[in-house]
Design a protein around this ligand. Sequence first.
Ligand SMILES: Cc1cc2nc3c(=O)[nH]c(=O)nc-3n(C[C@H](O)[C@H](O)[C@H](O)COP(=O)(O)O)c2cc1C
Length: 501
Amino acid sequence: MSMSFAMNVLETLALLFAFSVGTVVLIALILFVLDRRQTEDAIRRNYPVIGRFRHLFSTLGEFFRQYFFAMDREEMPFNRAQREWVKRAGEGQGNTVAFGSTRNLNVVGTPIFANAAFPPLDDHATHAKPLVIGPDCAHPFEAPSFFNISGMSYGAISKPAVTALSGGAAKAGIWLNTGEGGLSEFHLKGGCDIVFQIGTAKYGVRDEHGTLSPEKLRAVASHDAVRMFEIKLAQGAKPGKGGILPGAKVTPEIAKIRGIAEGADSLSPNRHPDVANWEDLIQMIQTIRDITGKPVGIKTVIGAELAMQEFFDCISRHGPQSAPDFITIDGGEGGTGAAPMPLIDLVGMSIREALPLVADLRDAAGLKDRIRLVASGKLVNPGDVAWALAAGADFVTSARGFMFSLGCIQALKCNKNTCPTGITTHDRRFQQGLVVEDKVERVAAYAKGIVKEVEVIAHSVGAAEPRGLTRTHVRLMTDSGRSIVMSELYPPTAPLSVAAQ
Ligand SMILES: Cc1cc2nc3c(=O)[nH]c(=O)nc-3n(C[C@H](O)[C@H](O)[C@H](O)COP(=O)(O)O)c2cc1C
């Protein structure tokens, strides 16, 4: 009985095996014929069936590279060492490392901070103080922190992500920039300071014709939490191109906040239609400042020194009261939710070059105390932020640094509504992974971690506090293998004459 039962089982298994092998061979044969006959893919035509594995492995490589193959300092846009620093800071873990640096210090441009022979004793070191922006406005803003959150619109990032950023920003005493998608209840939820960005489509403050609505502007400014307004001319990842929010991410709520159609791609103009030159811009700054009574700045990417010189010349003609209260300089290496690859890769000066250039032009125009400089562009670790303060920035902002603190794994899917960490998707399945209460703590801890370690660098070079950092404290590696003091490489410049160019 038991013998015949065992034989039956064996026979069934043998049949199943033969059937499975037969099915696999049959499918392979069908795929072979399909691949040979199709015309659009040369690899599959020349190598039927096995050519399909190329696509599979390329896709899997995207996921596994960062775990198994890439070295600590290898990946782009951010390597593992940079991401891990943010993660540890966000978790409130001690950010010490062991044995020695894994950074190659011979790469041209690497900043090396010049340690002081006798740094201040710990009890003489001080913290960075708040700094006033727009002192002559009806409502100046005394910004508590030099490190803040850069613009990311509600739309590009999700409801829980905005809520967590807002709560974390309030906890750390830093500002949150809305990005160009308007002001939502989630920005306001945490009670942080807010910078309202006016993008080229003027989402949130536009009338039915798409032009600036004084009533809506007044309504936004009436929120105490809204401290400043930023006119976005351009962002580093896509200068000359407007915002791009794929239709899949335009939910009914986002459509309502922006004043656009649900489910349709949200494409903003490539520049403000009503700002064609510096004169127009100065006029717009003045209008917004008059209506809101709050500091007004601009955000741009630097393409040419001459253009910025013309801007400062224009301000000089109109007087310092006409100046923007701050200028945010975004580096060409800046991030985005979606942009064409040539723009993301190749258009716009790097922040490493643009920041000292604009700082020098501003100082030469005698506007150092009038216009605050805000810098962004892959400034996500303490060394980057300290470099920016030394180069001439008054403030530093980051977008992707804070995304990492929210749990971003650099899956590079921000444009697809399938972000696996729930940060840049409106799919609730993914959003449930982003637990706001936990991320609020991480956002705050990351911001505080940056401030603390920039203070450590400042004290090590002999500056009492971070804003005491200057170009004499930084050496930049050159291609000769020797480093050179930054103040020698970027000496302050005299104003350029427009006529002389
Ligand atoms: C998902 C995402 C959305 C963004 N949305 C905006 C935006 O609405 N307006 C803007 O001026 N910049 C936007 N940016 C650019 C950032 O504000 C910032 O300027 C740039 O990413 C550089 O900072 P980072 O290197 O720290 O990310 C966005 C960036 C990301 C990653």
